[in-house]
Ligand binder design. Structure first.
Ligand SMILES: NC(=O)c1ccc[n+]([C@@H]2O[C@H](COP(=O)([O-])OP(=O)(O)OC[C@H]3O[C@@H](n4cnc5c(N)ncnc54)[C@H](O)[C@@H]3O)[C@@H](O)[C@H]2O)c1
Length: 352
């Protein structure tokens, strides 16, 4: 039930010098969230498993404002050594192997990062007993498939995934639930958000950046399915706002522990319609006609057919709703990529 919910979660007096650990800081959401929290005055530290420079933080001129450590979450000793010596008031766990194409051919890596990584982190935080707010990024994919008539997804739906990425996220989700139970009482909230898009998504196999490369003539767009599957799209600034709201409220009120929150827009956009929107916003109707043609005879395998999310619970608890609609989010996103790609080659981000 809703309880003593605080809406002043962007209060700089609270965030000033709070030690926030972001796992997966070199990733899309990690970069954006770092920017958001640094602007509120937080001391942001991050974990990543690779040595790759964070081109997003560099581009945003924030590299020297966050501390980034190379820690592989698969390895408990490495994680524990880092946690012991690092002050963590608030932890936002984003690190994961998120590439669905990689998950289809390398389930082991996906299970290690997303399942082992999650329990290693939580176990180490449990031993230290210091952190007052832990947010775990699960995903809409944890739910698995439901018939279209049951959508949008609600938090009360059972998790019944079958594909490797989806299962890995559901396992991390349930493990987090267990650490928040009356046995361990850890202050944990679990988030199950829809597809996220926006500046800094440098995994160019994701739908929006993949299409942007094509509209900007960097490479051809290769459809994964036939475009009829439906997805919900949440703008990354709305996601940063939500993580700030949830981590602040959990810090102030431990009764929120164990809660799960969905977020999306409740709207299922057909994938071909999203591509059409991006092409139209870029005056590339010619490209859309080509993509539409390429969709013929394709089918989507190893992925959930339709997903869109109900956010009633967030609205009830926090009065939250997304501030961005798809059009406004895409306009901002396109602008950002144009500037970014002028000085960074997309080829740098292609996984070898
Ligand atoms: N992007 C989306 O559409 C979306 C939607 C719902 C949920 N999520 C969840 O949000 C989180 C962040 O997603 P993202 O899009 O920013 O992903 P991303 O791939 O851009 O970033 C993930 C980061 O995790 C790090 N990482 C992976 N394995 C690691 C390991 N073993 N040890 C340490 N670091 C490791 C990577 O280096 C990378 O920096 C993920 O947990 C994802 O499942 C994402």
């Amino acid at each position: 039930m809703p309880m003593k919910i605080l809406k002043n979660y962007t209060n700089k007096n609270f965030w000033k010098n709070k030690s926030v650990l972001i796992t997966g800081i070199n990733g899309f959401i990690g970069g954006n969230l770092s920017k958001y929290l640094v602007n509120l005055g937080a001391k942001v530290t991050g974990i990543t498993n690779n040595k790759v420079k964070n081109r997003f933080l560099e581009f945003e001129k924030l590299s020297n404002k966050v501390k980034v450590h190379q820690v592989n979450l698969h390895k408990y000793a490495e994680v524990d050594k880092f946690i012991i010596k690092t002050k963590v008031d608030i932890c936002i766990h984003l690190a994961a192997q998120v590439d669905v194409n990689i998950a289809k051919v390398n389930p082991l890596l996906t299970f290690q990062s997303n399942i082992t990584g999650t329990y290693n982190l939580l176990e180490s935080l449990r031993q230290k007993h210091e952190t007052k707010s832990i947010i775990i990024a699960s995903s809409d994919k944890s739910y698995g498939s439901y018939p279209l008539k049951k959508l949008p997804y609600k938090e009360t739906y059972d998790l019944r995934p079958i594909y490797p990425y989806d299962v890995s996220k559901a396992c991390g989700d349930l493990i987090s639930k267990s650490y928040s139970s009356d046995l361990f009482n850890m202050p944990i909230i679990i988030t199950r958000f829809a597809n996220i898009y926006g500046p800094g998504q440098l995994n160019f196999t994701a739908l929006v950046p993949d299409c942007i490369l094509a509209v900007e003539n960097y490479r051809k767009f290769t459809p994964r399915g036939n475009g009829t599957n439906k997805r919900d799209f949440l703008y990354v600034k709305d996601v940063c706002d939500l993580y700030t709201c949830l981590s602040f409220n959990l810090f102030k009120n431990k009764e929120l522990k164990g809660e799960v929150f969905n977020a999306g827009t409740t709207h299922g956009y057909r994938v071909d319609q999203v591509l059409k929107k991006i092409c139209m916003l870029s005056n590339r109707n010619d490209l859309y006609l080509k993509i539409k043609n390429d969709f013929k005879n394709k089918s989507l395998s190893g992925e959930i057919q339709h997903q869109f999310m109900n956010y009633n619970k967030l609205q009830k608890y926090f009065g939250w709703k997304p501030k961005y609609n798809l059009n406004d989010g895409l306009v901002e996103t396109l602008e950002w990529y144009k500037d970014f790609l002028q000085i960074n080659s997309y080829k740098y981000f292609i996984k070898k």
